[in-house]
Design a protein around this ligand. Structure first.
Ligand SMILES: [Zn+2]
Length: 168
């Protein structure tokens, strides 16, 4: 009496030497049946995880770190100034940006808010500075300027926030 084995596909008892199941005609070589080979499954799982992992690491992880670094840019306003050109009143805000991150930023987008001496928000505008480069682990001077919508006397202080920047 010959030894028997289970067919890898239909699990019927077949001759242990059989290369093909007489019931379902499946080839009894484990490596030809991906779904039943734990080594192949393990390898494919690692491969897929690796591909997704590297896509995440290359594309999304730096973006997350970059956004976190933008949040940590410390902005100090030192001076507020106005200038009149024709009928247009310009208001400018000067100060420094302390970048404690290892990212170098360019194409910096600011949100500039002006408050009165009683702390009320009186004017706000977005500014994009194409020339400004914020060096890593360094303090950088900045100056943002926009058209004032209110009277010069109302502008008492300004609050600056970096809303977006390109890390290089
Ligand atoms: Zn079978």
């Amino acid at each position: 009496m010959n030894d028997t084995k289970e067919c890898i596909m239909c699990f019927s008892k077949i001759d242990s030497r059989a290369k093909k199941c007489p019931q379902c005609l499946s080839v009894q070589s484990k490596s030809s049946n991906l779904e039943s080979n734990p080594l192949v499954i393990g390898f494919l799982t690692l491969l897929i995880a690796g591909v997704f992992g590297s896509v995440f690491y290359d594309n999304f992880y730096p973006r997350i770190m970059e956004d976190a670094a933008i949040q940590e840019l410390n902005i100090y306003v030192s001076e507020l100034s106005t200038s009149k050109e024709g009928e247009t009143l310009y208001i400018a805000c000067l100060g420094t940006i302390d970048n404690k991150s290892n990212f170098k930023f360019k194409d910096v987008k600011f949100d500039v808010s002006f408050v009165s001496n009683t702390g009320n928000l009186i004017d706000t505008f977005p500014v994009q500075d194409k020339n400004l480069i914020i060096m890593p682990n360094n303090i950088t001077n900045f100056r943002v300027r926009g058209i004032a919508q209110k009277k010069k006397e109302l502008y008492n202080n300004c609050k600056i926030q970096v809303v977006d920047a390109w890390a290089i």
